[in-house]
Design a protein around this ligand. Structure first.
Ligand SMILES: [Zn+2]
Length: 238
């Protein structure tokens, strides 16, 4: 079992990657959309990572234990287009009939300079066709109104997802527990990352859900802990 499944709140299931090799955490926003595909999956991760771990199979197993089948996922939201976050998106769009979304800037990057990132990492470019582009601002997902924040720096079209009602912030690879996303890959920018993190720091957040764990942990819980996390990562910029 390489995912720890955490039911965070009624509407959110966290699948925290516990394997040996690289892969991202996935977050399931449950029962939002009308119809028979009610769930939204954020960052489905790798299919198979560099150590040969079968990340997608393990994610599907973990979701099945929570009663979630691939055809019940209506939308896959990609915080950015690095393969450890979105390689498995094609499975959900092609095999399970879900729609996919990412930002326009990230799609442009994915199909241009991003190709060098994939080659540098020794990985194939993730294949999927976005159904719509995430814009900075409100995003209505069925009964929930989320906010998309364009937060470049780690990747030029990275987005974070903020759910004001639950005070949840999904950050992808922008900010982690005690750390920030790398900026040394093509399209990365330290100045942009710094600005993006300052923008996020202004939100009222109770749960910060990052794309990866650090030595400090995965989910940052509690408003004070989130605030102190923003405060402490500022030191990384100086
Ligand atoms: Zn990344």
């Amino acid at each position: 079992m390489s995912y720890q499944s955490v039911k965070l709140l009624d509407g959110i299931h966290c699948y925290l990657w516990q394997g040996f090799g690289n892969n991202c955490h996935s977050y399931l926003l449950r029962d939002l959309l009308p119809g028979d595909r009610p769930h939204v999956l954020v960052d489905p991760g790798h299919v198979v990572n560099h150590l040969g771990e079968r990340c997608l199979d393990l994610l599907l197993d973990a979701m099945a234990r929570d009663g979630v089948s691939p055809p019940s996922i209506g939308l896959v939201v990609n915080t950015h287009a690095h393969p450890d976050h979105c390689e498995a998106t094609a499975f959900f769009t092609q095999e399970a009939g879900a729609l996919a979304a990412l930002s326009r800037a990230e799609e442009r990057h994915r199909t241009t300079a991003g190709q060098t990132v994939y080659r540098a990492l020794g990985l194939a470019a993730p294949e999927f066709t976005p159904f719509f582009y995430l814009e900075d601002g409100e995003l209505q997902l069925g009964r929930a109104v989320l906010r998309v924040l364009l937060t470049p720096g780690h990747s030029p079209g990275s987005v974070c997802l903020y759910w004001p009602e639950l005070r949840v912030l999904i950050t992808g690879d922008v900010i982690f527990y005690g750390s920030v996303g790398r900026v040394d890959l093509p399209g990365g920018s330290l100045a942009a990352l710094k600005e993006s993190i300052e923008r996020l720091a202004g939100l009222d957040v109770e749960y910060l859900l990052p794309g990866h764990s650090t030595e400090y942990g995965a989910i940052v819980r509690g408003r004070e802990e989130v605030e102190s996390n923003f405060h402490s990562v500022r030191w990384l910029f100086y």
